[in-house]
Structure formats: structure tokens, C-alpha cells
Write a protein that binds this ligand. Sequence first.
Ligand code: PLP
Length: 368
Amino acid sequence: MQIKFLDLKAVNQPYFPQFMEATQRFLDSGWYVLGNEVQAFENEYAAYCGTNFCVGVSNGLDALRAIFEGYKILGKLKENDEVIVPANTYIASILAVTQSRLTPVLVEPDPDSYNICPGKIQSAITSRTKAILAVHLYGQLADMDAINDIAKANNLIVVEDAAQSHGAALRNGKKAGNLSNATGHSFYPGKNLGALGDAGAVTTNDAELFEVVKALRNYGSQKKYYNMFEGYNMRLDENQAAWLRIRLKGLDRENDHRRQLALVYNENIKNASVTLPVEKQYGKHVYHIYPILHPNRDALQKYLADHGVQTLIHYPLPPHKQEAFKHWNHLSFPITERIHEQELSLPMSPVHTKEEILTVANLINNFA
Ligand SMILES: *Cc1c(COP(=O)(O)O)cnc(C)c1O
């Protein structure tokens, strides 16, 4: 028996006939950069998120960079301003801040949700703080009502990193990507809404930021050969956009499947040493990752591998311990460090079966 962590071919295979059709349409169009497919995807993804605007970009990191650079161009951020970021996140969230020449200030997560702790944001605010980057890690929303309240009281911009949470929503139905000033999305193949290569998007209700980001992704130009600022090439491919339009139609169904599998884990893992993920009452988790904690994580991972179950670790080393951020290596974030020491991501995808998930749960129950 083999249970893969994620079988990307199997995830995409049901869509292959539609992908082939879209590719033929793309080939026949004779227009290969920033055409009808990107425009249509932007309209459809904005409608899905409930925002006024969407700009397709090259990847998730670029989406976040375009937002921060955009706010600098608009005069709402300036070099060295402080941005509060979660200590427990994927490095790309933080690279977007440093590459925009802003200063990240790390804040510990809530120990239940693994997302940035609103109470601790408050005490990290200084006179230089100008923004908060809320990451919806593993598919669960950060506590956006609390975060937006703090931002309002302190006149801060809020940016979401929704790379892992397409379709996650608050109780009132408002979705990730529509819970802040602007949001960066990644459509890296393994994400809940995945392309077949690199892709990303910015969603926002801010018309000014929309215009700036749209220009920034294309050399700072709104009118061909006239450049308003020093922009980038951050364009979303036509072909990726065409495929994403097809995957978007299946996203809610796939997220529901992920939630059903999470329920099977929740109800069947009975090992007292395992900490299960907590779904916060304020929102709907979309289980990009099903993260458990175990004090003897490496041994559990090896035991599962010996029994044919592939797992991953998200992530083995927190940002502040990375070589890339030497100036942070002496800092201590005990909650973050514990998560990184104990986290194990169990198999989870739209194509895993309940039987497979039950097999994994039973194996974990037999791990002493
Ligand atoms: C994947 C990811 C990113 C980066 O997205 P890319 O498309 O790979 O650039 C950013 N933040 C988080 C939380 C991610 O998981």
C-alpha cells in the first residue's frame, strides 16, 4: 500500500479534456500575452472572492511584492516602514516585505490556529508600524475581525497572504482575498487552486491600488511604451489563466472534499500524543494542509513512511532561524519553534479517499 502526500497528476487529470480544449483555443487565438484568458480569469476570480478588482500576476511572491510596491508608489508606505508579519509562515510572505525594502517585525502565532495572534500584534506596534501582513496558514483564516479592528485603531494597512486559503471564508461568507486592503494569492501547482506552473493574483477593492498594480506587473505601463513608474514583468500567462478558469469552477467542490477528509482525521485519530488542528469558530477552514503536532514528529514520520504513507513538514525551519535572515537567528519565538519542531502534514487533497484517510488515522493510533 502506498498513500502519497499529494498526487498532482491525479488532481489535474479530471480536467485534462477541458485543459486540452482551452489550450487549443489559446493556440488558435494568436494572442499569447495579456489577452482574453487573463482578463476573463481576473473577472471570474474577483467575482469568486467578492472583490471589485483582480490583477493576474506571475506568482504569489510577486503578488505580495506588487501590493507593497504599489502602496509605496501611492505614498501610503515608504522605505523602512515596519510591517507586522507572522513569525510562523512560509518564507515567501516575509521575502515580499524585505524585497520591498520594508522592515518585517515578527509576531508569534495563536497556539491553536497557528496564525498570527492579534493580542501580540498590539504590543508589537511602534510609531514606525504602517501595515500588518496576515497569512492564512494551512488554509485557515487569520482572525481578521480582530486584526482589522487593531489596524483601524492604529491607522494601518492590512494585507492578506491567501496563498494557502483560496475559498476560506468567514462565518458571514466573506472570503479570503476580500478581508483586507489587498491580498496576494499564489496558484503554485500544489495550492488549493493550482495552475500547471507559476501563477498568482492580487485582489482588492482599492481602485487606486488596482490601477498601480496593473501597471506595475507590466513595466509600470498603462499605455504601451509609456511608463509611469519603474515596473516589473510580473505578468500571468494566458495559458495558465485559461487552465485556472477551469480549475476555479471545481474549487468549492474540492474544498468540500478536503473538509470531509479533515473530519475523518478529526473523528478517527485517537492517539493522545497527537495535537489535531483546531478549526476556529469564526471561519471555514479549507485544509490546504492537515497539520498535526507530535512531540516525536520525526519518528512518527519515519513510521508512517515505513507503512507506505508519505507526509511532509510545513516547515522544518522557521524564517527567523534561516541562514537568509542571520540577524534574526538569535531571536526566540517559542510557539513558532515548537510548531516547526512538531508539525507533520498528513496526506490531504481533492483525490484522496476517505478509506485512505482512515488507514492513515489507524496507523497513527497504533504508533506508540
Ligand atoms: C506558496 C506561498 C507563497 C508564494 O507563492 P509562489 O507562487 O510560490 O511565489 C507565499 N506565501 C505562502 C503562505 C505560500 O504558501
